[in-house]
Design a protein around this ligand. Sequence first.
Ligand code: ZN
Length: 368
Amino acid sequence: MTNCFILLAAGKGKRFKSNNPKQFTNYLNKPLFMHSVDKALKSKLFKSIIIVSNNPIKNIKDKSIKVIKGGRERYQSSQKALNFIKNKKFTNVFIHDAARPNFSIKLLKKLNSNLKKNKAVVPYVKTDNSAKYKIENKIQNLNRENLLFTQTPQCFNFKSLFNLSKLNNTKITDEATLFLDNKKKIKFIKGEENNYKITTKSDLEKLNIQNFYGIGFDIHRLIKNKQLYLGGIKIPFHSGLQGHSDGDVIIHAIIDGLLGAMRKKDIGTFYPSNKRRFKNIRSPNMLSPILKNLHKEGYFINNVDINLICEKPKVSKYRVKIITSLSNLLSINKDQINLKGKTVEKLGLIGKEEAIACEVIVSLNYYA
Ligand code: ZN
């Protein structure tokens, strides 16, 4: 049994009031549509993922993902995608609207297991609102107990959906409509309240997002005959930073800040200085497993503020380079990072250019 995931991201989003279609807007540190793509990948349920978009999509590295152009209306985009895969021998197809980034992988799995005995499986939610129905100028009461609001992802036996879809030329808002109109059976399963559709900007803020803050500090002595690294880049200087690793105080302070916000102790717990295998380790290699863990647990970096405390080198000369490097290492935008240089009036070890220190504050968003 092979599955294909079709992501409809070609909508114009008229109610969103932005130049950028809503499915491309930045939402929790990545374009909104990428949340669905990443969940589909992570579920390991799909042999192929088709993104239907009328905007160019760059930086897609996974080979199982294809981007195709959509139509004017949702149903036309869906038809195009089904046509595109018609000879690819998929048993089942999942269709999902990119404007719903908050479904769970658990829901995908539940849909998939229900497909074994059904040709169409569709999630729904109920409403707490009282319901009325308007026909022309007459408004009638509706029993809300009988109301089902359908969501996506919806999944279908490919052939059944393909045959119904190719005959359709009316605007429909989901594929379940086709099955119902043609009196075909659908298995309805409970959807998720969080899986609401993002149609206006205020919908972006509905999620229950928690904030956490972390502080980090580090200082290393400067020694001759060592390369200086700050923020992951080489800096030409008379000395480098002494230490078990490359001594990159900026990255070390960031790691401690991130661990602090995640409430996971400190850098020494993960990289004890008495362990041989960490000798001469480059600091970006210390950062990357911490970052992987951070993403895995559902955290997103909101911003990073850095004070680099040294007499020299002059921070202004390297600010852009360091911020660019950190934005790559942390996978965040440059405008989420701030770097300040602070001298110490030639006082103490730092003042005599015998040490460099760094302090950092990070804020993380968390949503489960
Ligand atoms: Zn350090």
